[in-house]
Design a protein around this ligand. Structure first.
Ligand code: FES
Length: 252
């Protein structure tokens, strides 16, 4: 159930170009959050909250980690908050997050693009604890935007792709799919054009896509985030019914 809470910033670091990692403390959110869910954060001077994915949940220390890219004045203002400040947060939003009903013998491929990588890290940690075999393909604009390579490497074989070839392979995440070992299921998060190509490329395995959509209310009231699906209603709300959907359910 979504709660409105205050979350204390306990650490803040710029971990790549225009990319900020914050650790936020709150016992309710850290207790209830699941991989794939997001926080809807109020930013001073801005009417609309900012949806930011959860990158890590630490129930013992009662914290969650978020990562965001500074892409406008909202995230620019968010980046100026300091350790010790409190954020006004609605969360955890996003239905049930990623399904994690896998067993030890199974294997997954994670495909993340840019700021779509953090929620997959949260998922990877949970699946790794269950003994699920993980492979990851992570795509970034260039080397200076890259983050979490080592963290993913600790959990499974990880391929890095950059658009300009400044690190890893040059190209798109989908170029690497042929090079990975066989897997049972895939999960992907990133910009819509990337998700479209991922879905087209992997048509013989079940998959789950998480959508980064600009949201307004974040709680299912405004219809600003609808996505077409094959359900009777024809659409669903990303903020409430997603942000994770089965790949075969959504029409991209
Ligand atoms: Fe308002 Fe989804 S953001 S319904």
């Amino acid at each position: 159930m979504i709660k409105k809470v205050k979350m204390k910033i306990v650490s803040k670091n710029q971990i790549a170009k225009e990319t900020v990692e914050m650790v936020l403390e709150n016992d309710i959110i850290s207790e209830q959050a699941k991989p794939g869910q997001f926080l809807h954060i109020s930013v001073a001077g801005h009417t609309l909250r900012r949806p930011i994915s959860i990158a890590h949940i630490d129930r013992q220390n009662k914290t969650v980690t978020i990562l965001f890219k500074i892409i406008g004045s909202g995230t620019g203002t968010l980046a100026k908050y300091q350790v010790g400040d409190y954020l006004d947060v609605l969360g955890p939003n996003g239905g049930n997050g990623f399904p994690t009903d896998l067993s030890q013998e199974e294997s997954v491929l994670l495909i993340g693009g840019g700021i779509g990588v953090p929620p997959l890290y949260c998922l990877a940690r949970e699946l790794h604890q269950k003994g699920v075999k993980i492979q990851a393909i992570l795509g970034f604009q260039s080397k200076e935007y890259m983050f979490y390579e080592e963290k993913f490497n600790d959990l499974g074989k990880t391929f890095i792709v950059t658009n300009d070839g400044s690190y890893g392979e040059k190209g798109l995440v989908t170029d690497m799919i042929e090079q990975v070992e066989d897997f049972d299921r895939y999960y992907s998060c990133g910009p819509l054009p990337m998700l479209r190509v991922v879905k087209e490329t992997i048509h013989d395995k079940p998959g789950f896509l998480s959508f980064e959509e600009r949201m307004a209310c974040g709680i299912g009231a405004c219809f600003s985030c609808v996505i077409h699906t094959d359900t009777e209603t024809g659409y669903k709300k990303i903020c409430q019914d997603g942000p994770v959907f089965a790949a075969n359910e959504v029409m991209l």
